[in-house]
Design a protein around this ligand. Sequence first.
Ligand code: SF4
Length: 361
Amino acid sequence: MREIKETAGRSLVVGKLPRGCELCMEGAKLVLFVTGLCPRRCFYCPLSEKRRWKDVIFANELEVRKDGDIIKEARLMNALGAGITGGDPLIKPKRTIRYIKLLKETFGPNFHLHLYTSGRTVTKKLLRDLSEAGLDEIRFHPSKSDWKKIEWALDTDMDVGAEIPAIPGKADEIKVFAKYLDDIGASFLNLNELEFSETNAQELRKRNIKPKSGTLAAAEGSEETALNVLKWAARNLKITVHYCPSSLKDSVQLKNRLLRRAKIVAKPYEEITEEGLLVKGIIQLPNKGLNDLKRLKLILIRRYGVPQKLLHIDEKNMVIETAWYVVEELSKELKRRFNAEIGIVEEYPTADRVRISYTPL
Ligand code: SF4
């Protein structure tokens, strides 16, 4: 019987962790969302309204308008590779191959690329083209009628595996698939903990799948199903089987990706938290204009000695941004003298800069 090991990211694996997963846990993979289009329409599809089955392109949280956006986003997180996902990227094969070539040409042959596909549109020629373009690893999420396409991929230089959610109560069906993958000589099977999202919750509940208490989004019984398969695979198969809990995505993978980006994009007045968020102070002058903000900025420099590099006027939101400790020290004074509104904000260091919290002082 093989040993079940806990990985650095607290997932569980029998066998050798796929390279794509190693880099993903480090947060070193750009998430390249090639299209939201997908021929499968799984009832558990977790894609958000904004992306689900729409032909949109994102590099991490940045909506891609031109190819250069992808390179810029990869640089801003110091990426060591990319996970090419969707939807099904192979609904748009020319676009996908163009991106594979672009990333390999820009960042070199060691920039690791893995791709997820339902396999529905896969042909032998397309698999050869993907491999020749530089794709390192392909992960299938197929319906039964597309299983044989996994065998075609084994004739290329790519690492070949599968990735599916562990649907509660479906251990026996997953074992049949795992045995098939083992028999044909595929490298790995990844089992993801099934997750609730705003778009799949109704379909999951219809099937009597419930949220797991004490978690953000995990489905009850999914982990037990995955562990059942993992233990069985440890005794009966040679193939790598890896269970990725939903907590890993937020606590390890996302956090590490945010930290990598934060280190590059943080301004001198933004402090990086342990979770990879950016904290700063903001000063607003209600009912006043840009010239008033500019005047206040000068006062902060001349009268209060705040270094210029710790001050920035965000003209879109009409606020002065500065360090959190500056607003903490000066809040009383600025409120009394200038009727200012002062607060401390926490933001994601992502392209969309989503604000997580605002604490008024
Ligand atoms: S294959 Fe993936 S993207 Fe397509 S419907 Fe299923 S879960 Fe959604």
